[in-house]
Design a protein around this ligand. Sequence first.
Ligand SMILES: *Cc1c(COP(=O)(O)O)cnc(C)c1O
Length: 412
Amino acid sequence: MTSHAAQTSETAQAWQDAADRDLILNAGPRFELLVRGEGSHLWDGEGRRYLDFLAGIAVTALGHAHPVFVEAVSRQAGTLAHVSNYFATPPQLEVAARLKRLAGTGDAGRVFFGNSGTEANEAAFKLARLHGGVGRPRILSLDNAFHGRTIGALALTAKASMRDPFQPLPGGVEHIPATIEALEAAMDDRVAALFVEPIQGEAGVLELPEGYLRAARELTTAHGALLIVDEIQTGAGRTGDWFAFQHDGIVPDAITLAKGIGGGFPIGALVAFGEAAALLQPGSHGSTFGGNPLATAVSNAVLEEIEQSGLVQNARDRGAQVRAAVEGIGSPLVAGVRGRGLLIGVALSAPVAGQVVAAAQRLGLIVNAANPSSVRIAPALTIGDAEIAEFTDLFTAALAEVAAAAPTETPK
Ligand SMILES: *Cc1c(COP(=O)(O)O)cnc(C)c1O
């Protein structure tokens, strides 16, 4: 096992200074300068190697610099990169048809392309407004929900610290507890849509109660509301199904996608099914970059590779293996393991996720603290025995380091 010294060299200090001076930072104050990746490994500016079990937050589904990704970017960049949405292109049509086929919800469906998850949810928000009209001003979203940071998506996001500085946000959105009883109590004929993540990734990989999506489908249908499933983090095979809603055997009115469907190339999509597919008409919405041939060709190649190489099944099998490995560590810091497939949350018995992530990083493992007491694990879908063995060694060492440094009880 490689151990990484924590010293800060002059070069590291120089780029840290540059980051502080030149970037509008969107995460914490300190991070590593990463310069190269290959498969499930990353290298920083000093040549240190890391095992990447975060995959750019569930994005690099094929790992880094996968030949299929590299070839798709290069070939399409040398063929046709952008034409605007006044024109259709073969890769755009191909990936739209592919997403509908993979969703398995039948022929009636249409896809809107944007460039990120938040844009996919902005489009879905407009879908909800169009469906609602004046008679249905209410939109339901769940406590702990994360749907993005632009103003419409932020209105759907629950976290007060993300929302409060930007009030007033668009009206009509109500956050309810993630229980079937709360949904029953909240639902009426003035609800335009319910937004739901099948597993709340940003909140710490929290699963919905058993049967929630089926109850949500029944209740939204009974009241004429749309069921919009945010699959931005759970989609593209990550949970061991192509899309997490398929696990529950329901058909939503729309899903939103981003992260894994581009494998590292920015792309977002709203896929609307059935009657909901006719709500957005020409002139209702648009995006200059959205669905350009470069992004859609890469998405097509990534999805094709996931399909051809059986990576959805691999996510399921390797996910079970990673869970068993974490449970097998037997650390007093591990209180439980949540999630499905390769979207895993390790519940800690104390609010030391930040320390665990920092210790892991010093040792050469990248994972993430989704909240103070949860570590999120979301590696590439391509991982095998070697990566899992390396992960287990490094995560064991990181947990041991933090357990030795701090008592496991929650500080009072
Ligand atoms: C990441 C994420 C988003 C936002 O996606 P961006 O590409 O960061 O805008 C929205 N919803 C969920 C569930 C996500 O995980």
